[in-house]
Design a protein around this ligand. Structure first.
Ligand code: NAP
Length: 305
């Protein structure tokens, strides 16, 4: 069994930042990721509020840059899906399809996934008009009418990207005022081909083999709109399934940590938007990862688990 000081689970911005920091401070680190480095940003067209990039940076650019820093710091990236984290004496066994790794400490940074609307036909029409990825699927809707569900930063950021290629974009959100940051709302409002429908939600999706229309409902009105794409950005759910029997989770399913980023399971730390109370901004994910790594460096230097 391979032995390391620290196993970081999840190569999103928090995990990448943590692995680079811990390795730069001399720990033997393995960073385990099931898909590719970058996490949620891998599918973001343009990140406009990451410090140091006044003109924005492509999510697909930032992930590989962070990975390069991880590798140069001496951490290794392992592509595998973690199936179990088993606490034992002197550390943990982290088990996946590729085998087992023994680690003195574990940092869980597995992030979140996008929530569905929960409508009939939504799952069946995924990839046939229903999408969670404007950057991947937007080009297929060139000149066409699409709907974006949600009123948060993701909905507004991705609507901006879609407006560049789609004929029209309709943002449907439940709030009277969107919850997205003011700068993104201002940019969207300046676009002639984007309409914002507040106080409403998508109540039904219809079509044959592909999406053809959506029912927008709110304020007593029901309105079928023709559209070929429905981009669903209605929030995130944390990937904490592996922690359910290991550590305390809050009411939203996020993992509770103390000031040292340690969960209720000694030696198991967490960073990023999976953490209870975390701000879901990339800058804070990077900061979380770095700070959690420093806490683990200090813990292992004490000779603790
Ligand atoms: P979010 O901020 O949690 O907003 C979710 C939106 O979806 C809300 O408008 C919510 O409305 C709505 N919603 C939830 N369930 C719905 C349903 N079943 N039907 C219709 N609408 C529904 O989610 P997000 O935009 O995915 O962002 C997640 C986190 O990442 C946020 O903290 C955000 O700030 C952050 N983020 C930041 C950036 C950036 O800084 N550039 C980019 C993307 C994301 P209700 O309020 O009515 O539930």
């Amino acid at each position: 069994v391979r032995q390391v000081d620290l196993a970081v689970i999840g190569a999103g911005v928090a995990g990448l930042s943590a692995a680079a920091t811990a390795a730069a401070h001399g720990l033997d680190v393995v960073l385990i990721e099931r898909l590719a480095a970058g996490g949620q940003i891998a599918t973001v067209d343009r990140i406009r509020n990451y410090p140091g990039f006044p003109d924005g940076v492509g999510g697909y650019e930032l992930g590989p840059l962070l990975q390069q820093q991880v590798e140069e710091a001496g951490a290794s990236l392992l592509l595998d899906e973690v199936e179990r984290i088993v606490p034992g004496s002197g550390g943990f066994v982290v088990a996946g399809a590729a085998g087992e790794i023994a680690a003195k400490a574990v940092l869980f940074a597995a992030g979140s996934h996008r929530r569905p609307l929960g409508l009939p036909r939504e799952a069946e029409l995924e990839g046939r008009g229903v999408s969670h990825c404007a950057a991947c699927d937007g080009p297929f809707f060139r000149g066409q009418a699409v709907i974006v569900a949600g009123g948060g930063d993701s909905a507004f950021d991705e609507a901006l990207a879609l407006a560049e290629t789609c004929g029209s974009v309709t943002i449907v959100h439940r709030e009277t005022q969107p919850v997205a940051r003011a700068e993104a709302v201002r940019r969207v409002r300046a676009l002639a081909n984007v309409e914002i429908v507040p106080d409403a939600e998508i109540a039904a999706i219809d079509g044959g083999d592909n999406v053809e229309r959506a029912l927008i409902a709110g304020g007593g009105r029901q309105d079928w709109r023709d559209c070929t794409g429905i981009f669903v950005y209605v929030g995130l759910a944390p990937n904490t399934g592996l922690l359910e029997r290991l550590a305390e989770l809050d009411a939203t399913g996020r993992v509770v940590t103390d000031a040292a980023f340690e969960t209720s399971c000694p030696g198991l730390f967490a960073a990023g938007d999976i953490r209870s109370g975390a701000v879901a901004l990339l800058a804070s994910a990077a900061g979380d990862g770095a700070a959690a790594a420093m806490s683990i460096v200090a813990r292992l230097a004490e000779g603790g688990q």
